[in-house]
Structure formats: structure tokens, C-alpha cells
Design a binder for this molecule. Structure first.
Ligand code: NAG
Ligand code: NAG
Ligand code: NAG
Ligand code: NAG
Ligand code: NAG
Ligand code: NAG
Ligand code: NAG
Ligand code: NAG
Ligand code: NAG
Ligand code: NAG
Ligand code: NAG
Ligand code: NAG
Ligand code: CU
Length: 612
């Protein structure tokens, strides 16, 4: 009885405290020069950049009224890590849960935040967030288990930074001139959207330091000279307090740490960020890979540059996130009803461009946002056919335990993100450490159900997990959130190459719960995108996918990728009348012969096609 009363009081307390937090975002182009090297056009909000940090309390309703004042680009907002439980239509992923919002249109995001911790928001319409449309989203929680262990909060973003507009980089990326699919190299790395920043701290004080990588591509190592800290949160999941000195923060990942300052104020300490250089195909001589910012105890004392004692980023050993124990001790999910095994492969298709695949499918956007197909397909919503082969749809049963086995046939690492959920990390190979980024023998090691590390009793949970080069991970979650959720690599270049797929979770329950607000339909109408029909836009026969968007063809039997790329290139240069063009990335390719229309190259060779 007492327990019930307490529960009731708590419930009333929470209800009374919950409030509505409204942001009006007028999205327009502005200019900024955050690294002091190049002024450029970037996406601003209400004339400002850096963008406003969204801050709410757990339980609040968040309303973002967005007006697209860009004039020349469609947009949307994804609130990264928000489960959008019951509000799948607020997930913001263009062509997955909504139409892109065209210039001159408005859209209201409106949902309740029943989570806590460190998140971010970013544009989720193709290639838009590296133009600056991304920022932290913080859900304060004064009931966390560590609430009484810190005095102040600090939030800092890390990111890579490009001097060129995405609209100028994009045509050079997926083209026959870049057959290796080499990712565009950023020009700089930022620390809270600036450089040479000093974080003012008081001595003998504990801070909750939130770290978010809002970059598009490059993971960063983070440490503070002569300081350790205690990890208390990863991606919104509170962890058992865990002491660490170095973190590896892939794009889209978040950490909160408790940092207790020194009792003395005679020195300022370098906060060191180091780019994971294994991600970069080439390292231009003018690209700085590591940066110093400061924990500033005394503004008038020296601000020394970091003394980085390792030769390469791979010599830094970060805390292994897969070993963190969630504070709630949610037990290992047993007996998955569905186990999905996926192989990550990077390869060329017959247009000579580099693509990314999950089980040979390169995610290709449908003609109708997948959520709208669910809502208009009636009983056929449970038939994966209607979503089109190239969205790579997978139907999940309501409340089923789902397992994903992700094997990496590529020699690059990939930070995978699942919308609508976080997931348990059962095992990952190899572990963070010396051989994480470079397997000794160079052959992919697929998951073997009879030979893997013991699954933890209380597995780590997060919403972005790094898949090691040529290794694997196994994750599980409960399909308790009806919706259409995209599972994708968060390196924006790889998503553009098709490294994603969609989960259609409990479509029947979703149909019962969801009615679309009118601005959804208005955005579609304004942009000329259908809001009903199957993936091909067919509203009469949902099983007829004629006219759907498809990935380009496989390179035919008997042709090598090099051959086809050279041929396409020769034809192209003849047509364009260009004689000698330096084929970036082609000279060092190694291609194996093809059969069955698909790649038969070993993972090692496949890897070399894409890295170094
Ligand atoms: C905790 O936060 C709520 C808002 O969510 C606020 O109403 C309450 O006063 C705070 N309590 C303390 C002890 O700070
Ligand atoms: C958005 O900002 C632009 C530029 O300041 C202004 O012209 C426009 O009227 C604003 N639109 C809205 C809806 O606030
Ligand atoms: C937000 O959603 C709630 C619940 O559906 C609704 O009552 C409210 O009117 C909405 N607010 C806005 C500004 O759209
Ligand atoms: C980081 O930048 C945001 C946005 O400008 C700002 O609100 C925040 O205070 C900055 N954090 C620190 C620690 O300076
Ligand atoms: C540090 O702070 C604690 C209380 O927060 C206090 O007991 C202690 O004396 C302080 N130490 C120094 C050296 O200031
Ligand atoms: C600061 O001083 C207190 C004692 O006053 C000690 O317990 C604590 O460990 C010291 N903190 C650091 C970071 O040296
Ligand atoms: C840098 O660190 C190394 C190893 O700890 C040390 O030997 C060297 O003196 C340091 N250099 C400076 C400039 O502090
Ligand atoms: C740090 O930057 C310096 C100067 O750019 C470079 O020589 C060094 O290799 C970098 N070290 C790491 C670990 O990134
Ligand atoms: C990935 O590599 C494994 C092991 O080398 C191989 O069995 C599998 O066929 C490859 N997958 C694809 C899609 O090429
Ligand atoms: C089990 O996996 C490890 C790691 O890949 C490997 O080194 C070992 O040879 C495997 N053992 C067996 C029996 O397959
Ligand atoms: C969504 O809400 C339902 C209750 O309405 C709950 O059972 C489920 O665990 C929630 N799922 C997520 C991912 O938040
Ligand atoms: C992908 O293609 C490879 C090579 O042709 C083939 O062996 C494999 O079975 C295919 N995998 C899937 C899941 O279709
Ligand atoms: Cu990737």
C-alpha cells in the first residue's frame, strides 16, 4: 500500500513537473568560419550558428516548429536516440518516416521525451547535416543515480569539418572518377564548433561532462592530460560508474563522464582529441589530426599544447564500451524470435561508382516514404514485397526479441545506428585494443555461433556501435516500439552509398496507432512526393513494384571491376573529350574476377579496393 502511494505521488510529481518546451527554428543559410581557415555558407537557425542546444527535462513535451528558409534545399530533423515511442512520424528520416520538407514549407515536430541523457539532432535528408545542421540535445535528469555527485554540467560536441558545401563534394564522391568510393577528407576537426577552446573549471569540483560526436565521418579519441574520469552514460543509457582515461567516440556516439578537478589551480591541462586516421584514405599534408583545447584552472596561466606520446591514433587504447554495464542491469535478452545475419560489403556496380551493401542490397530510397506505405497498404503491410527490394525491408513481430549479426567484409570500421531503440551488445570481435583497427591476417572473421566470447549477463546498451574492420558484432533488442526504423551506418558517405536497411516493426499495431498530422501531407504535396502507395508509388496493386527505384546493375560475368570502371571511364572521357584525367583512387585498386553477377573477391581484396 505504501509502495503504491509512493508510486502515485511520484507519478503525480512527474506529471506536475512535465512541461512543454517550444523551439521556433527558422532555418536559413548563414556564414561562419569555425576553424579560422575558410569562411563558408552553412545552415543556421534564426540567423545563428553554432545552432541552439535543445535542452529539456525528462518527461517534457518537445515542440520544434521548423520553417525551411533555405530556398534551395529540402530538409528534416532527426532527434537522434529518441525512441519516438508512439510518434514514429516524428523521427525525421526523409523517405523513411516523412517526405523531405521543401523550401518554403513548415513542419512541427512534437513528441514527449521519456528518456534521459545526451543526444543530438540533425538533418536527415540526404547529405545535409555536414553543412552544419546538427547540434546537441540534452535531457536533464535530476533523478539520475549520480545527480548528487556533481556540481555543474558541461556539454561539448566533437566533429569533423568540411570547407566545401555538400552540393559541391557530392558530385565528386559518387562518380566514376572515384571508383574506390574514397570518402571525402575533412579539412579540420572542431571542438564545440570551434578550436582552441578553454573550459573554465573550478578546483576540487565534480563536473558532468557530456561529449557528443556530431561529425559526418571521423571518429575521435578523447582524453585529458593527467586526469581520469568516470563514465556514467553512453547514448542515453546510464552505466555503472566506470573509471576511464581515454574514449573513442565514433560519429553519433555520446558519453557522459564525471570529472573531478584538481585541488590546485596552478596549471591548465590539455584536452586532447585525436582523429581516427585509419578512416582516412589519404591524409593531406595540411590536415591536422589532433587538437588541444584546455581544462582551464587559471586563465592567466600557460595553455600548453598537448604532448601526444603515441605515434598513431591506433596506439591509443580507449575504454571498451562493449564491457560497460547498464545501471538498470537489464538482463541479457534470450531466445531471439528472429536472427538477422548481415554481411557488410563495399563494391562497384556497373556504373563504376562505389556502393555499400548489406547482404548484396544497397539501400535505395523508395518513391513513397516507407511509413506511408505501411499506413496505406492495409492488410498487405505485413508483406515485405510492398516496401520494395531495395529498401531492404525486414518485418519485425510485435514484442519479438530480434538479434542482428553484423559481419564486416570490409576493411573499414562502421558505426551502426538503429533508430527507435537502443540495443544490447552481446559480443564484438575484435575488442578495442591493438588489433581493433587492423586484423593481423587481413581475412574477415564472421561470427561463429559456436565460438564467441561469453555473452554478458547485463550487456552494454547503446544506439550506435562501431563494427570493427573485418570483424563482427551481435546485438539484440525487443521489437516493442511499432514503427519504421532505419538501421544504418552513421558515416554519412556510407549511408549515401547504401549502407542501411529498414525494419518495419509491428506494422499492424503501427496502423492502429498512427494518424499523420496535416503538415506531413503538406510537405509531400509541396515537394511532389506521393504520400500513399507501395515503394514504387503504386496505389492500386501493392505487389506490383514496376517503376521502383533500383540499385544499378551488378558488373556482368567475365568482367572485372577494373575493366568496367575503365570502360565506363573511357566512354565518358571520350564523350566529354577529356584526354588525360588523373583517376583518383583507381591506380591502387586490386580487383578480383566476378561470377554470378556478384563479387567473389575475398574480403581482404574487397577491403583493399576501398582502403589504401
Ligand atoms: C528536478 O527537475 C524538475 C523538472 O523536471 C523540477 O521541477 C524539480 O524542481 C527539480 N528538482 C530538484 C531537486 O532540483
Ligand atoms: C526566416 O528568416 C528569414 C531571414 O532572416 C526571413 O526573411 C524570413 O521572413 C523568416 N521566416 C520566418 C517564417 O520566420
Ligand atoms: C502536440 O501533440 C499533442 C498530442 O498529440 C497535441 O495535443 C498538441 O496539440 C500538439 N501540439 C502542437 C503544437 O502541435
Ligand atoms: C558548447 O557550445 C554550445 C552552443 O554554442 C554552448 O551552448 C555551450 O555552452 C558550449 N559548451 C561549453 C562547455 O562551452
Ligand atoms: C575539496 O572539497 C571538499 C568538499 O567538497 C572539501 O571537504 C575539501 O576540503 C576540499 N579540498 C580542498 C583541498 O580544497
Ligand atoms: C583534493 O583534496 C582532497 C582532500 O582535501 C582529496 O581527498 C582529493 O583526493 C583531492 N583531489 C584531487 C583530484 O587531488
Ligand atoms: C612528453 O612526454 C614524454 C613522455 O612522457 C616526456 O619524456 C617528454 O619530456 C614530454 N615533453 C614535453 C615537452 O613535455
Ligand atoms: C598529431 O599531430 C601532429 C602534427 O600534425 C602529427 O605529426 C602527429 O602524427 C599527430 N599524432 C597523432 C597520434 O595523430
Ligand atoms: C563475406 O565474407 C565471408 C567470409 O569470407 C563470405 O563467406 C561471404 O560470402 C562474404 N559475403 C558477401 C556478401 O560477399
Ligand atoms: C575461435 O575464434 C577465434 C577468434 O576468431 C579464433 O582465433 C579461434 O581459432 C576460433 N576457434 C575455433 C575452434 O574455431
Ligand atoms: C514503448 O512503449 C511501450 C508502452 O507503451 C513499452 O512497453 C515499450 O517498452 C516502449 N519501447 C521503447 C523502445 O521505448
Ligand atoms: C551475396 O553475393 C555473394 C556472391 O555472389 C553470394 O555468395 C551470397 O550468397 C550473396 N548473399 C546474400 C545474402 O544474398
Ligand atoms: Cu560506414
Amino acid at each position: 500500500m505504501l509502495r503504491f502511494l509512493v508510486f502515485l505521488l511520484l507519478a503525480i510529481g512527474e506529471f506536475a513537473a512535465a512541461k512543454e518546451v517550444v523551439y521556433d527554428f527558422n532555418v536559413t543559410w548563414v556564414t561562419a568560419n569555425p576553424d579560422g581557415l575558410a569562411e563558408r555558407k552553412i545552415v543556421g537557425i534564426n540567423g545563428q550558428w553554432p545552432l541552439p542546444v535543445i535542452e529539456v527535462d525528462k518527461g517534457d513535451r518537445l515542440i520544434v516548429n521548423m520553417y525551411n528558409g533555405l530556398g534551395d534545399k529540402s530538409t528534416s530533423i532527426h532527434f537522434h536516440g529518441m525512441f519516438q515511442n508512439g510518434t514514429n512520424d516524428m523521427d525525421g528520416a526523409s523517405m523513411v518516416t516523412q517526405c523531405p520538407i521543401p523550401p518554403g514549407s513548415s513542419f512541427t515536430y512534437n513528441f514527449t521525451v521519456n528518456q534521459h541523457g545526451t543526444y543530438w539532432y540533425h538533418c536527415h535528408t540526404e547529405y545535409c547535416y555536414p553543412d552544419g545542421y546538427r547540434q546537441a540535445l540534452i535531457i536533464h535528469d535530476n533523478t539520475s543515480y549520480f545527480a548528487d555527485q556533481y556540481e555543474e554540467e558541461l556539454a561539448v560536441t566533437l566533429s569533423d569539418w568540411y570547407h566545401d558545401m555538400m552540393e559541391d563534394i557530392k558530385p565528386k564522391f559518387m562518380t566514376v572518377y572515384n571508383p574506390s568510393g574514397a570518402e571525402p577528407i575533412p579539412n579540420a576537426l572542431l571542438f564545440n564548433d570551434t578550436q582552441d577552446l578553454s573550459l573554465n573549471v573550478k578546483p576540487n569540483t565534480t563536473y558532468l561532462l557530456r561529449l557528443v560526436n556530431i561529425g559526418a565521418f571521423v571518429a575521435q579519441y578523447f582524453y585529458i592530460e593527467d586526469h581520469t574520469f568516470t563514465i556514467v552514460e553512453i547514448d542515453g543509457v546510464y552505466t555503472e560508474p566506470t573509471e576511464a582515461d581515454t574514449l573513442y567516440i565514433a560519429v553519433a556516439q555520446r558519453y557522459s563522464v564525471l570529472l573531478t578537478t584538481k585541488n590546485t589551480t596552478d596549471k591548465n591541462y590539455p584536452i586532447v582529441t585525436v582523429a581516427d586516421s585509419t578512416l582516412l584514405d589519404t591524409i593531406p599534408s595540411d590536415l591536422r589530426l589532433n587538437y588541444t583545447n584546455w581544462l582551464q584552472y587559471d586563465a592567466s596561466a600557460a595553455h600548453p599544447q598537448a604532448n601526444i606520446t603515441v605515434e598513431a591514433s591506433t596506439d591509443l587504447i580507449p575504454y571498451d564500451d562493449s564491457t560497460l554495464v547498464p545501471y538498470d542491469h537489464m538482463p541479457l535478452l534470450e531466445n531471439p524470435a528472429l536472427s538477422i545475419q548481415l554481411d557488410v560489403v563495399m563494391d562497384n556496380l556497373d556504373n563504376g561508382h562505389g556502393y555499400a551493401f548489406l547482404n548484396n542490397i544497397s539501400y535505395t530510397t523508395p518513391k513513397v516514404p516507407t511509413l506511408y506505405t505501411v499506413l496505406s497498404a492495409g492488410d498487405q503491410a505485413t508483406d515485405p514485397t510492398v516496401y520494395g527490394e531495395f529498401t531492404h525491408p525486414m518485418i519485425l513481430g510485435h514484442n519479438d526479441v530480434v538479434e542482428i549479426i553484423l559481419n564486416n567484409n570490409d576493411s573499414g570500421s562502421h558505426p551502426f545506428h538503429l533508430h527507435g531503440h537502443n540495443f544490447q551488445v552481446l559480443t564484438r570481435y575484435p575488442s578495442y585494443g591493438a588489433d581493433f583497427f587492423e586484423l593481423a591476417d587481413g581475412d574477415p572473421v564472421p561470427y561463429d555461433p559456436s565460438n564467441h566470447s561469453t555473452f554478458p549477463a547485463y550487456p552494454a546498451r547503446r544506439d550506435v556501435l562501431v563494427l570493427p574492420p573485418e570483424g563482427y558484432f551481435v546485438i539484440r533488442f525487443v521489437a516493442d516500439n511499432p514503427g519504421v526504423w532505419i538501421f544504418h551506418c552513421h558515416i554519412d558517405w556510407h549511408l549515401a552509398q547504401g549502407l542501411g536497411m529498414v525494419f518495419i516493426e509491428a506494422p499492424t499495431q503501427l496502423q492502429q496507432r498512427m494518424t499523420l498530422p496535416s503538415d506531413h501531407l503538406a510537405a509531400c504535396a509541396a515537394g511532389g512526393v506521393q504520400s500513399e502507395g507501395n515503394a514504387a508509388g503504386n496505389t492500386k496493386d501493392y505487389t506490383d513494384l514496376t517503376g521502383q527505384n533500383v540499385q544499378p546493375g551488378w558488373i556482368p560475368d567475365g568482367f572485372t571491376t577494373r575493366g568496367i570502371v575503365s570502360m565506363v571511364f573511357t566512354v565518358l572521357s571520350a564523350v566529354l573529350g577529356m584526354g588525360s584525367i588523373v583517376l583518383y583512387g583507381l591506380s591502387d585498386l586490386k580487383f578480383a574476377s566476378k561470377s554470378n553477377g556478384n563479387s567473389t573477391s575475398s574480403g581482404a581484396e574487397g577491403g583493399e579496393e576501398y582502403r589504401d
